[in-house]
Design a protein around this ligand. Sequence first.
Ligand code: SF4
Ligand code: SF4
Length: 222
Amino acid sequence: MTDPQKRPVLAQLYQLHEQYIRTMDIACGKYCHDCCTTNVTMTTLEGDYILSGLSPENSAEIMPLVRRQLKNPRFIPSLTTNRIAQACRNGEDLADEQAPADPGPCPLLHEGLCRIYPVRPFGCRCMVSSAPCRRTGWAETDPVTLTINTLFLQVIEHVDQDGFSGNLADVLAWVDAKRDPDSPRPPVSGLAPNTPIPALIIPPEHRERVMPIIIAIRALSV
Ligand code: SF4
Ligand code: SF4
């Protein structure tokens, strides 16, 4: 079971990122959901945050949808963000990870809206675009925002360094099985072990813009 004391830290990180996003001019809005696909990934801390933040009725509603998704094609990462940072620092060559090119809709999408919107994972929160993806075919996100998103991904993984990362469906299924004291310990399948931050991935030209956010994160006692 994830340490419940980590949940408020995650909530504060989400809030801090939200404050940054509010300063941006983005095309994202209600019912815009082209980015809601089966390729979303997250940490087990975020899976715990989702399931602990839903009513038993809502959990009972979403878990069958999640388990059904386990039979479908989806992006299953073998490396976490901090593992990639470690490899970059060591000068290791990493093979590109392949995500399904034409993923289906996220199992938690319902009539254009997210069933878990208030507790959605960071992978969904950081997906923003200055132009509607439906028009362009991709998200247009400025390089500084990509750096800031990576910073938050690294910090969230660091906070959950005893946990795992994986596809939304795999993580939720694992966290849900772990919550049931009567069920056997679930096997870790399709999940990559999290690690502490080895080094932050911040290009020198972004340091000045990112530093106030790093100071704010440090103030959270992460
Ligand atoms: S990232 Fe693209 S698809 Fe997703 S909400 Fe924003 S504009 Fe819409
Ligand atoms: S969890 Fe919600 S916001 Fe994230 S991809 Fe699924 S429907 Fe979209």
